[in-house]
Ligand binder design. Structure first.
Ligand SMILES: [Zn+2]
Length: 221
């Protein structure tokens, strides 16, 4: 008789009910869970770095830059004096300048976020570079809606996109950033810049479509 909700091993044998709390919750993973977690050590670490136990890593130099880098750069240069771009830069500045409001009891995630924005200031990250990264990630995610899905992995991706601007050669280590930091910074970046990025990418698409149109008109004698 089928026992509902009781997990089986790869051979169809029922696992002891107790095993539900001992085996990793990722399908196909039978490692023991880490204490106080649903996941084994491997999936727990992936979850705290990328926002989910099976979220794939995004390598900027391999996956994103070669595809969108020049397109975004050309757009930012062309529209650099546009009021929307200037407002975007102001918003990126507010991300860099963010501090935990003094004298208030705050969540731990706020403290972690404050530590990260302090790093952005210490390493003198430029607002325009933040815009560039956010725009690239935005179009990358738009074009591949199945790669990184769900609000939490997306927040982590935005956080990692911005933190990728910090120089690891000078001592910044991405793997030392905890889940609370990614959660908080990612949310801050999204709140400030997501709307800008969507409009900016839409504008670049319109510009490209108009260019195609002109090409067609120029050839329709
Ligand atoms: Zn696992």
């Amino acid at each position: 008789m089928a026992r509902k909700g009781v997990p089986r091993d790869p051979h169809g044998e029922y696992l002891a009910t107790r095993d539900r709390y001992v085996r990793c919750h990722v399908d196909g993973c039978y490692r023991k869970t880490r204490r106080c977690s649903r996941y084994c050590i491997k999936h727990y670490e992936r979850s705290s770095k990328f926002g989910g136990p099976t979220v794939p890593a995004l390598t900027w130099r391999r996956d994103v830059e070669p595809l969108y880098g020049r397109w975004i750069d050309a757009g930012l240069t062309r529209l650099k004096d546009h009021p929307a771009t200037l407002a975007g830069i102001k918003l990126a500045e507010t991300v860099i300048a963010w501090e935990m409001p003094p004298g208030t009891i705050r969540y731990r995630s706020d403290r972690a976020t404050g530590a990260l924005t302090l790093l952005l200031r210490q390493y003198e990250v430029k607002p325009i570079d933040i815009l560039r990264r956010v725009a690239m990630l935005n179009v990358y995610l738009q074009d591949r809606p199945t790669v990184i899905r769900g609000p939490r992995p997306e927040r982590f991706a935005y956080s990692r996109a911005v933190l990728g601007l910090l120089p690891w050669r000078k001592g910044f280590k991405m793997h030392q950033v905890g889940a609370l930091g990614h959660e908080g910074l990612g949310q801050l970046v999204q709140t400030q810049l997501y709307g800008w990025a969507v409009k900016f990418i839409a504008r670049l698409h319109t510009d490209a479509a108009e260019r195609d149109n002109l090409q067609q008109q120029a050839q329709s004698y």
